[in-house]
Ligand binder design. Structure first.
Ligand code: SF4
Length: 368
């Protein structure tokens, strides 16, 4: 797709903006022709872009991080404009799960598109558009870079890698020299996707919950229905794998696990039962434990399979009650952060969903 255009033209082309609608050029382009606030965008309504925006959002709900084959509309204006309209749509619904889901989907889309680009374009997007300090590994670094062709500054690597599971990402398994971490091209692009995801989420929060034009209301209702249908098909107890819907005690346990803090036998047991109850597979639970410096795959597998009821007495263990969690000093702030009715951590997501949503701070209404 990019081979037809010399790089200097491609980077300032509408095709580039359509593929990466978060870039500064795309923002300027939208602001120039349609405006940068919800009101301005609404005034210069473009129905093709609205349909494309709704498709973007619905696809993210249905597919999550599975983006499949990425298609870019032939009408590049529609493609460029659909991004800020989708952003406005997601923000106006004020649903944190939807915002995360959409940001995740968009970031994986960018990851897929970047994979098709030449190295120069990848570096340009990362450095100039995403502000990531990275580059090509110097040939003189051949020995220490371990065959990895790119490098990224250590603090940025540590910040971006937080959301990625897998032992290969742990610093102890990386080549690090003089403040640089050496990575493959695929890894560099994966880290960029993390940055895109967090930037999109940040924009959704900044936009607040804007009042949208009447024409968009039927689309919002349709999107809400898709979200509800999706919720009905989620894991047992209406829980999500996404940590944002976890109770504070389980978040604290996972954080302690990943940061090498002391979790203790009961804490390990509690988090494993919880993860299994919200739909994690045994392998995924082991994947969480694998982040620890003292990880032993045999022990982790034995214990997890035991808790899942795949060994020994074949008893599948339940998530400990809040009362039991309190007895082991694992309840956070005596449950003050949780719904009053809660009796078990696995009820958290369901009970929280029934709570009235806070309006949150409303942003300036700028979408691009
Ligand atoms: S009240 Fe229950 S769910 Fe909430 S933090 Fe305490 S143990 Fe966890």
């Amino acid at each position: 797709m990019t081979a037809d255009l010399p790089e200097e033209f491609y980077l300032s082309s509408k095709l580039f903006m359509a593929r990466y609608p978060f870039v500064s050029g795309a923002k300027d382009y939208v602001a120039k022709y349609w405006g940068s606030t919800v009101e301005e965008l609404s005034r210069s309504w473009h129905s093709g872009a609205v349909d494309a925006a709704v498709r973007r959002v619905v696809e993210s709900i249905i597919r999550g991080e599975d983006v499949g084959e990425v298609r870019v509309s032939e009408d590049l204006d529609v493609e460029i404009l659909s991004f800020p309209i989708a952003l406005m749509t997601v923000a106006s619904l004020g649903d944190r799960w939807l915002a995360k889901r959409w940001a995740l989907h968009e970031s994986r889309r960018v990851e897929r598109l970047l994979s098709d680009e030449q190295d120069g374009t990848v570096l340009r997007v990362l450095r100039e558009e995403l502000g990531i300090n990275c580059g090509v590994a110097e040939s003189s670094e051949e020995e220490r870079k371990g065959g990895q062709p790119f490098r990224i500054r250590l603090p940025e690597y540590l910040r971006l890698v937080k959301g990625i599971d897998g032992t290969e990402w742990r610093l102890v398994n990386r080549n690090v020299h003089d403040g640089w971490v050496y990575v493959s091209r695929r890894e560099l692009i994966r880290l960029a996707a993390e940055e895109v995801e967090s930037r999109i989420l940040k924009r959704v929060v900044e936009v607040g919950q804007p009042k949208v034009p009447d024409e968009l209301v039927p689309h919002l209702e349709a999107i809400k229905r898709v979200v509800l249908e999706r919720a009905a098909r989620r894991e047992p107890y209406g829980g999500f794998k996404g940590e944002e819907s976890w109770p504070p005690c389980m978040r604290a346990l996972k954080h302690a696990l990943l940061s090498g803090g002391k979790v203790g036998h009961f804490g390990n047991f509690a988090i494993a039962t919880f993860l299994l109850s919200i739909g994690y597979t045994v392998e995924e639970v082991i994947g969480v434990y694998s982040q620890r410096a003292d990880f032993d795959v045999k022990i982790a597998r034995y214990q997890t399979e035991h808790i899942a009821g795949l060994r020994g007495s074949r008893t599948k263990y339940s998530v400990p009650s809040c009362q039991t969690m309190r007895t082991h000093n694992l309840c956070i702030e005596q449950g003050r952060l949780c719904p009053a009715k809660i009796r078990n951590p696995r009820q958290f997501a369901r009970l929280m969903r029934g709570r009235p949503r806070g309006t949150g701070e409303v942003g300036k209404g700028e979408v691009t």
